[in-house]
Design a protein around this ligand. Structure first.
Ligand SMILES: Nc1ncnc2c1ncn2[C@@H]1O[C@H](COP(=O)(O)OP(=O)(O)OP(=O)(O)O)[C@@H](O)[C@H]1O
Ligand SMILES: [Mg+2]
Length: 456
């Protein structure tokens, strides 16, 4: 038995003394167990200990939802408390409400001790993760030549969390607007984890047609359906010992969500048409840019139970416009990377361009910043990027007429083609399917002048 001083404290809130005794017996080896049976006695168990673990029977003092008041009171006293709500059999509404008010997870009676132990272990890991201190880094390596960058407080604390999450197998849900770096975060976690030598498998759930998604994800056996003429491993299986990145998880059809949930619960997978289940070791990271991911009602993007499984830890990436001077730090990083990758000369932004970058809203976030800088690198004169080169007023939309929108679209297309061809006009013309003279003509009409050093 561990020394009680170093053991994590667990408060059991349960008014059935027999059940409490049983639980204490099952958990006493791993936790220092305190007992309570009411709101007052629960609050009395809280002391200076940070993030206490609490196993809370939701039906106390003769009311099936008395636990909700206890959740409110405990979290008001200590926001970091990890509460596991225990509901009467199939009382889904109370469980949902408990989670909404901030409970860590829920289980229903009759209690399965193994499930309770695994939920408690998870809560314990999370608690350790949250309380560790770090000397907030301002970047985290991802690819050999491209770290994730940010000096704002928000991003620095995300980098600390990413490092700590790497040491665990906690499933992570990353939310944030498009282009904020969700995939980069997922790669960073994988890269720092014990799984780094196994595969990182990204799947965009929105990009695979619904009828193919199931067999893509789960694989199939020969004869499972017409055309299945050999066994095929699915993407989940190919992430064995590695990390599966489920991008745009909100786009996954509900029927598949059920199947995925089953896999997450017991880490066993059945290929389509197979009778055998295979045990797998896969860490799941999911991402979405939809803010209304879970909830009740028909139109909720995700089943609530799946949402809680996937979001043992949630990382909310702030939009670029809320990251202070990070846009400039990122811009410098991007220009430096382009110089190394494409052998571009050393470019920098004028102070007017810098001001414009800081005041622009960046609806497309870091990806938009990259695109604009890539294009500006082609069009700028000399080695200074001017405000005009960034064309921050040129986004399509707003009050544009059709003619203006068309011109902006054309310009965008040409600039992107030029960037991809590294300034080579013949090649760029070929990618958009026009002749070189026509391309020059279009450049002139849309007002693109390329840097004289750029290859033409
Ligand atoms: N903090 C950062 N430091 C460096 N590069 C970044 C950072 N954040 C994003 N990027 C870069 O911006 C681009 C978009 O990032 P990523 O694909 O991870 O975003 P996303 O949130 O998954 O976008 P989407 O919602 O459109 O899929 C990538 O090229 C990535 O390398
Ligand atoms: Mg993405």
């Amino acid at each position: 038995m561990q020394d009680t001083i170093t053991m994590t404290k667990l408060i059991l809130v349960e008014d059935d003394a027999g059940l409490r005794e049983q639980m204490k017996w099952a958990l006493g080896e791993d936790f220092q167990v305190l007992e309570a049976d009411s709101l007052d006695s629960t609050l009395a168990c809280l002391d200076s200990d940070r993030s206490p673990l609490i196993c809370l029977d939701m039906g106390l003092e003769g009311r099936s939802d008395r636990g909700l008041d206890i959740i409110d009171a405990v979290l008001a006293a200590d926001r970091t408390a990890k509460i596991i709500a225990v509901t009467a059999n199939r009382d889904g509404a109370v469980a949902k409400e408990a989670i909404r008010r901030g409970a860590f997870d829920y289980l229903s009676k009759p209690l399965d001790m193994d499930s309770l132990k695994s939920v408690l272990e998870r809560a314990k890991r999370l608690r350790a993760l949250e309380s560790e201190d770090d000397d907030a880094p301002s970047w985290i390596p991802v690819d050999p030549d491209w770290p994730m960058i940010g000096e704002s407080e928000a991003m620095k604390s995300i980098f600390s969390v990413l490092r700590r999450l790497s040491d665990t197998d906690v499933s992570v849900l990353i939310t944030g607007e498009s282009g904020t770096g969700k995939e980069l975060c997922a790669r960073a976690i994988h890269k720092h984890s014990r799984r780094r030598n196994a595969a990182f498998v990204p799947i965009n759930c929105g990009a695979i047609p619904e009828n193919l998604l199931e067999s893509e994800l789960f694989g199939y056996v020969k004869g499972a359906f017409t055309g299945a003429d050999a066994d095929k491993m699915g993407l989940i299986e190919s992430a064995h010992k590695g990390t599966l990145f489920l991008d745009e998880i909100g786009d996954m059809p509900h029927t598949l969500q059920v199947k995925l949930l089953r896999f997450l619960q017991d880490q066993r997978l059945q290929r389509v048409g197979d009778t055998r289940a295979r045990a797998l070791d896969v860490r799941i990271i999911a991402a979405t840019n939809k803010s209304t991911l879970s909830g009740s009602g028909e139109d909720a993007a995700m089943r609530t139970d799946l949402y809680y499984r996937l979001s043992e830890f949630e990382i909310k990436l702030p939009p670029l416009r809320e990251r202070g001077r990070d846009a400039l730090v990122l811009a410098a990083g991007i220009l430096d990377r382009n110089r190394q990758r494409f052998g571009q000369p050393r470019l920098r932004m004028s102070s007017r361009a810098e001001k414009a970058v800081l005041s622009y809203g960046w609806p497309g976030n870091v990806r938009e910043l990259e695109n604009r800088l890539n294009r500006a690198s082609i069009t700028c004169k000399g080695q200074i990027i001017e405000e005009e080169d960034l064309q921050l007023g040129d986004s399509i939309g707003g009050n544009m007429s059709y003619r203006e929108a068309r011109k902006a679209f054309e310009k965008n297309l040409l600039l992107n083609a030029l960037h991809r061809s590294n300034g080579n006009v013949s090649l760029a013309a070929r990618t958009v399917g026009v002749t070189r003279p026509t391309f020059y003509d279009m450049m002139r009409k849309t007002g693109i002048y390329i840097r004289t050093e750029a290859k033409v």
